[in-house]
Design a protein around this ligand. Structure first.
Ligand SMILES: [Zn+2]
Ligand SMILES: [Zn+2]
Length: 282
């Protein structure tokens, strides 16, 4: 069984797959027994994410502002203390993020992105909740800010949907961070990333879908869904020369070592004794 360490269950692009409840059930029918649905815009998403996580076992969520949304007025006005208080209001909030820097799109001014990133890092250190970091075309600033904020040995974080260089991977490992692979690693043109993936120690990687984006091969181009995380995991297993079963177990252990709060509400899924049709009629 796999855990999808990063998805966006409530994203409008996922609507073609049916309701959020359908997406979660479909994942559970496809050997995915846990998922972390990640917040990008606190103002718009926090109530919805809370409701989704409350309805489903082993669905956890995060709270944070994506760098794309770092110029939103609510984020500029939200103090570190308010963020700290908010993330402690629900047992199923297991992380802070996604936050970080995205200089590829530059949807928000870089100064706003940096200020928001620093606030999230400080809230993470204050609460002990791990950080989910999004970084694109911003490697040096990401490393510099993490170092300036005292991240060395003091912060738990994952670089999600890793597409960076070997340099960034090495810096992240030096700082004790985890690295998460999405469907991008399965793409034919991702040779450098595949080489980097081989160098990440077994106790430091996660797998994710980032659904509804970035579906892995053989579903590339389709709407992504947590049920597909095993394709990425199996591909990573091959790169690392281990079995898919070991890859699933290792990445799950790593998930709970990072997102320790998720362990508190973890439930082994009951094995279904009825067929799907019978289940739907009841
Ligand atoms: Zn992201
Ligand atoms: Zn994301």
């Amino acid at each position: 069984m796999w855990i999808d360490s990063h998805c966006h269950l409530n994203h409008e692009r996922a609507q073609g797959l049916g309701s959020v409840d359908n997406i979660v059930e479909n994942a559970k029918d496809n050997s995915v027994d846990g998922m972390l649905t990640v917040c990008c815009n606190i103002e718009q998403e926090k109530d919805e994410l809370r409701a989704i996580a409350a309805r489903h076992e082993n669905v956890w969520y995060s709270i944070g502002t994506h760098p794309h949304d770092a110029a939103e007025i609510y984020d500029s006005e939200m103090s570190q203390e308010e963020l700290v208080n908010l993330v402690q209001t629900d047992e199923k909030i297991v992380a802070i993020g996604e936050t970080g820097l995205d200089y590829f799109y530059d949807n928000a001014p870089r100064e706003k992105q940096k200020a928001s990133f620093r606030k999230h890092i400080r809230a993470s250190i204050e609460t002990g909740l791990p950080l989910i970091i999004h970084t694109r075309d911003a490697e040096q600033d990401t490393v510099d800010i993490l170092k300036e904020e005292g991240a060395n040995g003091k912060i738990n974080a994952v670089l999600h949907c890793f597409t960076g260089t070997q340099w960034l991977a090495d810096k992240a490992l030096d700082m004790g961070l985890y690295i998460s692979f999405s469907g991008i690693v399965t793409f034919k043109n991702s040779k450098d990333l595949q080489e980097t993936a081989k160098t990440i120690p077994l106790d430091r990687f996660l797998v994710e879908t980032d659904a509804p984006f970035l579906a892995p091969v053989p579903h590339r181009g389709k709407t992504n869904t947590p049920a597909f995380v095993g394709h990425t995991g199996t591909f990573v297993a091959e790169l690392k020369g281990i079995t898919p079963q070991l890859c699933a177990q290792t990445s799950k252990d790593n998930f709970f070592n990072l997102f320790t709060k998720a362990k508190e509400t973890w439930q082994p899924l009951a094995i279904k004794t009825q067929g799907k049709g019978a289940h739907e009629q009841s």
